[in-house]
Design a protein around this ligand. Structure first.
Ligand code: NMN
Length: 266
């Protein structure tokens, strides 16, 4: 019926299991949360409704039950590098991206939708954002992104992909449309932008050019202290794990000769 993938099988078990994983192991600092109540609030946002009439505010109760503080200086916003951000953030140990908060963790990589006049989920297909933007998944991420931005503070990090066709800073996009407008200026000391190219990919966008320039101008106009770095070294090291022989991955060293054999000293 719809063009998108259907609800992820075992959705209820995954969401409830992820909730316990998060509060017990991933981030016990959030304290006690009622995982079955959180699942009920999540499900009630979209079951028994027209799958194209779900709004961000339908997730209000879900968000209020799963909300917790986001540590200052740990927020990591991004576009077009979901898997890289998941590894770099390291489940909140290095940075706390949206997918490392309880509310984002519960939905990461999942798909879901209900149907009108039925309490069942649709496992066959779900609407894509092209079919209707007010679908269960899109509205969930809009609400989650707005909440995440509102609760972010201190130094804000943004990891963009300089190899994306069309530019590193997409408009429309979650960051442009739901996160930037919800940042709380008085709580933010600086915005650090990192533009990292794919190792094998083209260099399409960089700090000070094309869409990154548009982003820098927008944030400066809003009054933020903005810095931008191309191919930030820590992220490069992570990319280089999979391509150790790439020319961008050579560790500078004075102790090895060009063929890799150690130089005799003296
Ligand atoms: O998924 P895109 O459109 O690239 O959006 C990324 C931005 O929006 C990030 O800044 C993120 O905070 C937020 N977002 C995250 C997820 C996720 O973690 N799975 C999904 C949708 C939006």
């Amino acid at each position: 019926k719809w063009k998108g993938e259907g609800t992820t099988l075992n959705l209820e078990s995954i969401v409830i299991g992820r909730c316990y994983d998060y509060i017990r192991l991933v981030n016990p600092a959030v304290g006690e949360k009622n995982c079955s109540e959180i699942w009920e609030a999540f499900k009630n946002a979209f079951i028994n409704k027209d799958p194209c009439s779900i709004l961000p505010k339908d997730y209000e109760l879900f968000i209020s039950l799963s909300l917790h503080p986001i540590p200052p200086n740990k927020s990591l916003f991004w576009e077009n590098n979901h898997l890289l951000v998941n590894s770099f953030a390291d489940r909140g140990r290095r940075y706390m991206s949206l997918a490392d908060t309880l509310f984002g963790f519960l939905g990461d990589f999942l798909n879901w939708c209900g149907q009108a006049n039925s309490t069942g989920l649709d496992y066959e297909s779900c609407p894509t954002t092209e079919e209707c933007e007010n679908n269960a998944v899109e509205s969930f991420w809009r609400m989650a992104s707005m909440t995440y931005a509102q609760h972010s503070s201190g130094v804000i990090h943004v990891l963009l992909n300089g190899s994306t066709v069309g530019g590193a800073y997409p408009q429309p996009g979650f960051f442009a449309d739901y996160e930037i407008p919800n940042l709380q200026k008085d709580k933010i000391s600086q915005i650090v932008i990192w533009v990292v190219d794919d190792l094998e990919g083209p260099d399409i966008d960089s700090c000070g050019t094309h869409t990154v320039k548009v982003l820098e101008n927008r944030l400066n106009t809003l009054g933020y202290n903005v810095t931008c770095t191309d191919n930030y070294k820590s992220v490069m090291f992570l990319l280089c794990l999979d391509y150790p022989d790439d020319s961008k991955c050579t560790l500078s060293s004075s102790v090895c000769s060009v063929d890799g054999s150690p130089l005799s000293d003296g």
